[in-house]
Design a binder for this molecule. Structure first.
Ligand code: TTP
Ligand code: MG
Length: 381
């Protein structure tokens, strides 16, 4: 059966998030990177005009563009933006495979009746991300994953490219061989040594030569050069539950002390939820007593949540409803009953103002803990 695969890749992702966070950086050459290895993670398209690209040493980038804005990477922030995008994608279709912080595949095979033409769905995805996150992305649609990725890369930034079955050859013929997945420096050198720089040239090679030179990968190369790729979109399975627990230094039945732990644990759990783009329906409090007796009490929420406050309130209520408590040696909060796809929001609709306010607060806390570590929160509570 012919498949319809969609590949979404954010444009200059880290740099674009920085420009989003600080609008004064819009339109400027922004270079994100540095760290121990001292290389560029990514550069805004303005900076790319100076010849700056990923993996280039920072000192070289500085030389090419002294007026550039150089920033350290803030992974926590990028992951959190990424989680919101991925969460949205899983609401479009449950068949989503996230392959890196800024890219995902969606299998749109057989969704025409439900969602409309794939190209229109892609347009809506681009529009939603722009309106709700404030970033542009590039989308490719093709009969398989390999071609969908080629397509999303075709017209970057802010592109939307469809490769129909009968146009596959046209796209591949002049494509540099380095664009093929799995072709690294070594393979590239061998290919160039054979006088092969374009994918179209591989198509014409006898398989025996490719196998001799590259072993099993030679067969794969030939397939790819012909636009053949049968790999499936494999949705990442969310975990069954997310939890945080502490064994106390000293056993206690002091509800105030236990509450402090529960609050910190709710914050940790909420943060992990948001990072993975998940929402949970059930909050569970776990208590282990001095005599190692274990109790768990669960509360099911009205709707799925990733809000720290909602989780905290539910967990505290469970703690306070515990009657005649003996001394506790371990306390923990966990959430389960995850919901990614069957969200009751309309497909491209929004959320309520109240939700948004709480979510903004959570995001701010996530940023602070990313910077200073979770201990701060734990001690602070
Ligand atoms: P990419 O999608 O490869 O690059 P990009 O999103 O910055 O730019 P575009 O897609 O428009 O070409 O990678 C996504 C992020 O991953 C990127 O923003 C930064 C990070 N990254 C690195 O840290 N090191 C690297 O060598 C590369 C390629 C990416
Ligand atoms: Mg990208």
């Amino acid at each position: 059966m012919e498949r319809t695969i969609c590949h979404i890749d954010m444009d200059a992702f880290f740099a674009a998030v920085e420009q989003l966070r600080n609008p004064a950086l819009k339109g400027k050459p922004v270079i994100v990177g540095g760290g121990l290895r001292g290389v560029v993670s990514t550069a805004s398209y303005e900076a790319r005009a100076f010849g700056i690209h990923s993996a280039m040493p920072i000192f070289q980038a500085r030389r090419l563009c002294p007026q550039g804005v150089f920033l350290p990477a803030r992974m926590g922030l990028y992951r959190e933006v990424s989680a919101r995008i991925m969460d949205f994608l899983t609401r479009v279709s449950p068949k989503v495979e996230q392959v890196s912080v800024d890219e995902a595949y969606l299998d749109l095979t057989g969704t025409r009746r439900l969602l409309g033409e794939p190209v229109a769905v892609a347009g809506k995805i681009k529009n939603w991300i722009l309106q709700n996150i404030g970033l542009t992305c590039s989308v490719g649609i093709a009969p398989n994953k390999f071609l969908a990725k080629i397509a999303s890369d075709w017209d970057k930034p802010d592109g939307l490219t469809v490769i129909e079955e009968d146009r596959v050859d046209g796209f591949l013929r002049e494509l540099p061989v380095a664009k093929l997945p799995g072709v690294g420096q070594k393979t590239l050198e061998i290919l160039l040594g054979l006088g092969i720089s374009r994918v179209g040239q591989i198509q014409k090679l006898p398989e025996a030569i490719l196998i001799r030179k590259f072993g099993k990968f030679g067969g794969r190369l030939l397939e790819l050069s012909r636009g053949v790729d049968s790999s499936e979109v494999t949705p990442c399975r969310p975990p069954k539950s997310i939890s945080s627990e502490d064994t106390l230094d000293q056993d206690t039945d002091d509800v105030e002390i236990l509450s402090n732990f529960v609050m910190a644990q709710a914050a940790t759990v909420g943060k992990r939820l948001r990072r993975q783009g998940l929402r949970a329906r059930t909050v569970t409090l776990k208590l282990k007593y001095s005599d190692f007796r274990l109790t768990t009490r669960a509360h099911t929420l009205e709707g799925p949540t990733d809000s720290t406050k909602t989780i905290r309130d539910a967990a505290l209520k469970l703690l306070r409803s515990q009657k005649g408590m003996s001394k506790v040696r371990l306390v923990g909060v966990s959430v389960s009953g995850f919901d990614r796809g069957a969200e009751q929001l309309s497909l491209f609709g929004g959320s309520t103002v109240q939700d948004e306010k709480q979510a903004r607060l959570d995001r701010a806390v996530d940023e602070v803990t990313e910077k200073f570590g979770e201990d701060l929160l734990r001690k602070g509570s």
